[in-house]
Design a protein around this ligand. Structure first.
Ligand code: ZN
Length: 253
C-alpha cells in the first residue's frame, strides 16, 4: 500500500510498547545536505567510488583516499541533523526496546541523540590503525598531516568505514538481525534497499512477522513486500507520524 497517511494499525503500534527497529540509509543524510555517491555531485563529482572506497584504492594511494575522507568529514561537520534524525531519537526516548541500525557514516544520528545504535558501515569519525588495529574516535573536522598515523605504534590510520569488497562488522550486523527478528515494528527509512546484506534486515523483519514500514520518496525493490509504504521525505513523514501517535519530538536528548 502506498500512502502519505499512516494507517490506524501503524499509529497503534507506534503508541504501543513493542520492540522497534529503525533502519536508515543515505536518504536520511541527504535531507541534511550530505552528498551520496549516487548523486555524483558535490564531493563525489568526478570520483569513482572504486577509486576511494576500496582496500585496494587505499593501498595504492592512501593520501588520495584520505583527502577524500577528510572532505567528507569536513562536510559532515558543517551540516545539522534534520527532523528525521530527531524523530528517530524521539522514538528511542519513549523508553521501549529500541535499536537503530544505520548505513550512514556521518554521525548525524548520534548528534540528534540516538544512543542505542549500530553502525553497519562504520563511521567517518572513527580511525583504525592498519598495523595494531587500535580504533578510536576523532571528531576534528580536518586531519593533518594526511595520512594520519597511530599514536601508539606509528602505523598508518585508515577511515573506520566499511569499504566496497569488505564485510559488514559481524557483531553489529548480528545485533541488527536479532532486533529484526524480535521487532514488532520495523521502519525502513531513506534506503534504496539495493545494498546487501544491509537490505536483508527488512526481509528478516517481514519473515519474522514484524510490521515493516517503508518511508521513502520513491518506491524501491522492497516496497511491494513492505506492510506499508509511506511516500515522502523522511524529515516530513516521520515527524507527522510521531504527531499522529502523540509522541513528542523534543524528548530526545
Ligand atoms: Zn597502531
Amino acid at each position: 500500500m502506498t500512502s502519505i497517511v499512516p494507517s490506524a494499525r501503524l499509529v497503534g503500534l507506534l503508541q504501543g510498547r513493542g520492540p522497534v527497529l529503525v533502519l536508515t540509509g543515505a536518504g536520511v543524510s541527504q535531507e541534511s545536505g550530505i552528498a551520496t555517491f549516487r548523486d555524483a555531485s558535490g564531493i563525489w563529482e568526478g570520483i569513482d567510488p572504486m577509486q576511494v572506497a576500496t582496500p585496494r584504492a587505499f593501498a595504492a594511494d592512501p593520501e588520495f583516499v584520505w583527502r577524500f575522507y577528510d572532505a567528507r568529514r569536513a562536510q559532515a561537520a558543517t551540516v545539522e541533523p534534520n527532523p528525521a534524525h530527531h524523530a528517530v531519537a524521539a522514538i528511542e526516548a519513549t523508553g521501549r526496546t529500541f535499536l537503530l541500525a544505520t548505513q550512514n557514516v556521518d554521525g548525524l544520528h548520534e548528534r540528534a541523540g540516538s544512543r542505542s545504535l549500530v553502525r553497519l558501515h562504520g563511521s567517518l569519525w572513527r580511525l583504525r590503525c592498519t598495523r595494531c588495529g587500535d580504533e578510536h574516535e576523532d571528531l576534528r573536522p580536518k586531519l593533518a598531516p594526511l595520512p594520519p598515523h597511530c599514536a601508539a605504534c606509528g602505523g598508518m590510520l585508515r577511515p573506520g568505514v566499511v569499504w566496497f569488497e569488505e564485510p559488514l562488522p559481524m557483531i553489529e550486523f548480528a545485533r541488527a538481525e536479532r532486533a529484526a527478528r524480535e521487532a514488532e515494528l520495523v521502519f525502513v527509512v531513506g534506503t534504496s534497499s539495493l545494498v546487501y546484506p544491509a537490505a536483508s534486515l527488512q526481509t528478516v523483519g517481514v519473515s519474522s512477522g514484524g510490521y515493516v514500514v517503508e518511508i521513502n520518496p520513491v518506491r524501491t525493490p522492497f516496497s511491494d513486500d513492505a506492510s506499508e509504504h509511506l511516500s515522502g521525505p523522511a524529515g516530513v513523514v516521520l515527524p507527522a507520524l510521531l504527531k499522529a501517535a502523540g509522541i513528542p519530538m523534543d524528548r530526545a536528548a
